[in-house]
Write a protein that binds this ligand. Structure first.
Ligand code: ATP
Length: 599
């Protein structure tokens, strides 16, 4: 079952990430850059641990995979051949009221009453009628030098009415009472001997039977809990943007269920979907011409395909073999959201595993299994992971099989990684477009052919977010005085934890304790990332480390110095973050114990 979104949990996670220096919004002091994030001191450690582990498992521990690091700036021909220039698009829709942009396939179905406004006429006279009013009838009543606009129509009509003693009441804000004012005004004017009949007739014609000030139509959805007044206010806003000052509205209504035609924010009609290319384009060199175009890569994979032949030659690998890469990718996402989940700049960890056509489907399943194991080994339990077999309709046309590995984020079940059998599509495309052979010579069968490929493609940022979401927990722990309090703890797998061990002298004003603690820091530092903290009560120091997921805490006390019990000299307490249990261990054993528990 897909779990329902847990907004509160997500808010706590986002706030912790900022408070403790995992993730900040990019350019925050300038109001932030939407969809772009900076990793702080702890975030960068977590991210590095993840990438290093991926590299270790995918490259260092295997004979059949080599790495590469391709450029971000990409030749347009590469992305033309791969299909990205023409088809790397998302369907985009805009709210007709606020111009907010959404991805059409992410708009939720909504039900309610549709109010359809076909047009709106303005209760304020149109320009042609306004001129008659202002120039012929009210000119001498407007103080010299004061400029008047259509917006002043009511004031002018009331000035004339006062002057000629028509006794027309001041209209209320509603459009029909404004309309009534001008109709009555025209009637009264027609009885004025000094006013030409033509003038009055022209005013009346322009005002009453003149064209509606806007023929633009809009549909607005009244959702559960919204009243009609809200809808009319939105319609007002729509027509006011079209220069109708006081719109007179006469909507028709109809019921609808599960429609994706309306903005999830305000129920206003969305434009029909249009394709929107997600690539960031830039220009190389001093002059900007068609020939200077380059793209920021939208995925790391293409560099691997383009360098396939070079790497095959230098690595002298035999099929099946893979090329792995970790690096930045850029997509101008229409609607970046859910914290770092959908960003415009992100990192990918991609493997292109080349093989013979007949091995493709089997290797697809093999890599799915390997990738699931990977997530379990970094502390994401199998329960929170889900494998979606991507259907024929949803799959890229060249793929013979694709799995999405999904994770239960607090905002819903979403893709963490795609594992796709891409056939020989990419290499064939580049071979055709470049005119260079990208084939493989099989020495046993003496055949030449273009290999097929299976691609596990993971997002670094999504995996980091999944690690934080999976690790976040709250439990109860005693404070200094033994009173139970809520403890926030990130239960990272020790392998992923940004800091592996914190070292505390019991008291910061005892020189020998401090010296010993620093000695222990030096002892551990070659093996892991350690953190020294001497400030505050020991319980508080533990809590600070719990909150950032440090799995182990070492406290140096008077026993360590042998001051209380000679047998305990050179021992420390080693505290476990999750169980909060403490054990006494010899200082010299610490590196061994910790390294074995971390890995
Ligand atoms: P989605 O459908 O969520 O847009 P996708 O299917 O387009 O993703 P792929 O092209 O398969 O994604 O990219 C592989 C991986 O790269 C994804 O599984 C994800 O982890 C990561 N990724 C893709 N787009 C983004 C993004 N905008 N922000 C962060 N990570 C991303």
């Amino acid at each position: 079952m897909n779990k329902s979104p847990d907004t509160q949990r997500m808010e706590k996670i986002v706030s912790l990430c900022k408070r403790r220096g995992f993730i900040f919004q990019s350019s925050e002091i300038y109001g932030g850059l939407n969809g772009v994030w900076d990793y702080g001191p702890l975030g960068v450690e977590l991210k590095r641990n993840l990438k290093n582990y991926w590299w270790r498992v995918m490259v260092h521990e295997r004979d059949d995979i080599v790495g590469m690091d391709g450029s971000i700036l990409t030749h347009p021909a590469v992305l033309k051949a791969s299909g990205h220039v023409d088809t790397f698009t998302d369907p985009m829709v805009d709210c007709r009221l606020t111009q907010r942009r959404f991805r059409a396939d992410q708009v939720p179905g909504q039900s309610g009453t549709i109010y359809k406004f076909d047009q709106a006429r303005d209760a304020i006279p149109p320009e042609s009628a306004f001129e008659i009013l202002a120039i012929n009838w009210a000119k001498e009543l407007v103080p010299a030098g004061e400029s008047v606009s259509r917006k002043d129509s009511i004031r002018l009509a009331l000035l004339v009415s006062d002057h000629r003693k028509f006794n027309l009441p001041t209209p209320k804000v509603d459009p029909s009472s404004v309309f009534k004012l001008f109709i009555e005004f025209a009637d009264k004017m027609s009885a004025q001997p000094d006013i030409s009949k033509d003038d009055v007739e022209n005013f009346r014609k322009a005002y009453v039977s003149g064209p509606a000030a806007s023929g633009d139509s809009i549909r607005l959805l009244q959702r559960k809990g919204e009243d009609k007044a809200t809808i009319l206010k939105r319609a007002d806003a729509f027509y006011q943007l079209r220069n109708i000052l006081i719109p007179m509205l006469s909507p028709s209504t109809e019921e609808v269920t599960d429609s994706r035609d309306f903005s999830p924010e305000n129920g206003a009609e969305l434009t029909p979907p249009r394709p929107f290319n997600l690539m960031f384009r830039t220009s190389m060199g001093a002059t900007e011409t068609e020939d200077s175009i380059a793209y920021l890569r939208p995925e790391t994979a293409q560099a691997i395909f383009v360098q396939f032949k070079n790497i095959l030659e230098v690595s002298r690998k035999k099929l099946p073999f893979g090329i792995a890469q970790i690096g930045k990718a850029f997509r101008n996402e229409i609607n970046p959201r859910n914290f770092t989940f959908r960003s415009r700049e992100f990192e990918q960890m991609e493997l292109e595993y080349f093989c013979r056509a007949e091995e493709g489907m089997k290797l697809l399943d093999y890599w799915l299994g390997e990738r699931l194991k990977f997530y379990e080994n970094i502390g994401i339990g199998r329960d929170g992971l889900h494998v979606k077999t991507v259907s024929d309709e949803e799959r890229a046309f060249y793929s013979k099989g694709t799995y999405d590995i999904e994770f239960d984020f607090p905002f819903g079940r979403q893709e963490l990684e795609g594992v796709a059998y891409r056939t020989d599509y990419d290499l064939l495309q580049h071979q055709k477009a470049s005119g260079k052979s990208l084939d493989y010579f099989d020495e046993e069968t003496k055949q030449r052919f273009v290999p097929h490929v299976v691609e596990p493609s993971a997002g670094v940022d999504r995996a980091v977010l999944a690690l934080i979401c999976e690790a976040y927990s709250e439990d109860e722990a005693p404070d200094e005085k033994g009173k139970m309090e809520t403890r926030i703890v990130l239960r990272f797998h020790p392998r992923m934890a940004p800091i592996k061990c914190a070292v505390f002298p019991l008291l910061k004003n005892k020189e020998h304790l401090v010296a010993k603690a620093k000695e222990i820091v030096d002892l551990l530092r070659p093996h892991m990332n350690v953190f020294y903290d001497e400030s505050g009560a020991i319980g508080r120091r533990y809590r600070r480390q719990d909150e950032i997921g440090t799995p182990f805490g070492v406290t140096v006390d008077f026993e360590t110095l042998g001051e209380k019990d000679a047998d305990l000299r050179d021992t420390v307490t080693l505290r476990d973050r999750d169980s909060m249990k403490q054990e006494r261990v010899l200082v010299k054993d610490l590196p061994g114990i910790l390294v074995s528990r971390i890995t």
